[in-house]
Every structure is written in C-alpha cells, then in structure tokens.
Design a protein around this ligand. Sequence first.
Ligand code: ZN
Length: 394
Amino acid sequence: RSTRHRTLFPYTTLFRSALHISTQFDAGAIEVVSLSDPRHIELKIRPDNASEFAQWFHFALHGAKGQPVTLRFLNAGACAYPKGWEGYQVVASHDRQSWFRIDTTFDGTVMTAQATPAGDCMYFAYFEPYSHELHLDLLASAAQSPHVTQERLGSTLDGRDMALLRITDVSGGLPLAERKRVWVIARQHPGETMAEWFIEGFLERLLDTDDAVSRVLLQRSVFYVVPNMNPDGAVRGNLRTNAAGANLNREWAAPTMERSPEVFLVRQKMLATGVDLCLDVHGDEALPYNFVVGSEGNPGYTPQVAALEDAFKNAWMANCPDFQDQYNYGRSEPGTANPTLATNWIAQQFGCLALTIEMPFKDNAQLPDAATGWSGARSKRLGASVLQPLLAVF
Ligand code: ZN
C-alpha cells in the first residue's frame, strides 16, 4: 500500500522541502527545540544578544504547506513581559507584505499558536517587522524632498549610521530663529517596530505638499527626526537593547561612546539645536491602547508644561479616535521621575514638553481589528495624525 502511494504521488515527495525553521535574515530570532512532530513544534524565544530581555521573535517555517502545525513557545512565561502574551495574537505572513494575526493560548508558561501554512514558506513575528533595508529606503525617500537635509551623526557599535533628518520649509515662513524645534525619535527599543512605522506615516504626511497642516508646520518649525535610534539592535533582532546590551532609554543621564553612542550622539545634537518639544515613540507589550507618558515626576515640571501637555492630548483625541488618555501607566508622583529616560531628561534639560508615545503590540481594545490587530499601517496613520496636535499647541 505504501509503495503504490509513492508511485501515485511522486512529485509530492520529490518537491516538498523538509520541515525547517530559518532565522538568518534581518531581525530573525528564535531557537528551535524540536521539529520532529509538526503538531508539536517546540521553540524558545531567545534573549537579546547581550542582555536578558527576551520577547522578540521572527522566523520562517518551511515545508509545511497545507499541513496543520502547532507552535509551542516553551519559555513564554519566563520572557521579559509575560503579560504581553495574555490576549496576544502572533503576526504572520505568506508574502512578507501583508501580515495577519493568529490566535494564541497562554497557560502562564507556554504560549501556543496553530496555523496551516498556505504556502511552502510562512513567516511569523512578534510584530510586523521593519527591516534595515526599509529604514534605508525611508531615509533616501525623505531626502528627496527639498525641505529635508540628512545628517550622519556618527556610527553605532556595529558601524551603522546614526541618521538624522532635519526638515523645514526654507522658501517661506517664520525667520529660522523663531521656529519651534521639534524632535521626534523612535525605536530606542528596537523590537518596537511599530515606532518606525509611525515615523514613516509621520514623514509621508509632513512631506505631503498638498497637506495644509504640514505646510504651516514646516513654516513655523524645524523638525529633527531620528527614525531609528537603535539600528544595531533592530538588525540583531533584539527587543530592548543595543549591541552592547544597553537599554538606550536608561542611558540619557550619562551616555558614553563605548556603551551607548546612539544616545550620546543624539543628545549632543539636541544640546546644540535646543528642543521646544520632543516625542519619543515606543510600543508597549501589555496594554492594548495608544497613550502618552509625560514628565510630571520631574522637579522642573511646571503648570505651563502641564497646560501644554493637556492641550496636546485633547487636540490629538479630538482628531484621532485611535488615541486616548484613559488607560496608561498612571501619573508619577512629583520628584519620582527617573532621569535616565529620554523624555524625563529632555523635559528637564530644556524645560519643554516631552512625551513618550506608546502603541500596543496587541491591538487598540477600543477600536480592534480582528484580522490585523495593531499593525504597521495603523501605526503609520497614527504617526500622520500627530501633526494635528502639534499644530494645535503651536
Ligand atoms: Zn519602548
């Protein structure tokens, strides 16, 4: 019987790849424990290259077309943010362009997901990836605008460029010295890829010459944009840290070129330009909402900054239902701010409004999308929408 079966379907066996998982590509990350049974594929989420943080994964599964597979992430409960797996859905794609969600179960230790690949190769990730090639495309595309100058601030530890985009309308508007200096930085935590999707949407709208909001902002402000604060960690598939294991958003009080050149170089440039407003874009593993975190725990937090912060949040809520101010980390008590965070250091140093923007890895529970969850496309729209509150506060 088995002989006749092989004779009847020779091509099936000739052309089917063996079951295999690969990670040797940009941000690839997973450890394979067992591939012997496709109904019990056993995986381990591996930590960042030089730190204990483990949460990011991104891999390709080969040779399982039309075959139901079960992926068991054995160490999910021991990862950096176990609450991140509650109500979480894995991100997956067949064409690496459109990413969809797959339900999971989490028993406190193991996270389990089931899929039946429609093709010979299927990709899985913690969130929709944003590759270094896309990052370079984003910089090159923005640099085509006459409003944009691209500055190389220096090198990362792995020798990548720290790139800054300076954006303003030099053909008309306020005298340069009177323009607001707006800094927008993203992806200090490299696994928070939604942050660079946010920047892509922000830049597309800011450079849209038919958009009245952008035109006015470019005549009144100079934007300094760092689309990726942590390119080494991004390529390495790290969740939180750079090549040396530094959590960049804990380096702002005293960065060094040896441990955190990314922060050192950007901070040095900020001290040279000055800052009137700063947005630092992130993703949150656990909370299914978009929200901001201010600097109210700083000794230098004033009623003026508080009023500006309220105006910013109210204008954003009025213009974008994906943003809300009900669910967040709660307010810090006065004097309890951690000065090593970008937002706190910047707000204190420059006496300005500085906000950490958090987007969900899961979904916006107030406006969920069962097919995609929170996604690259939705992050882009949120990034475009933040121009409205900027206009409101200026
Ligand atoms: Zn973050």
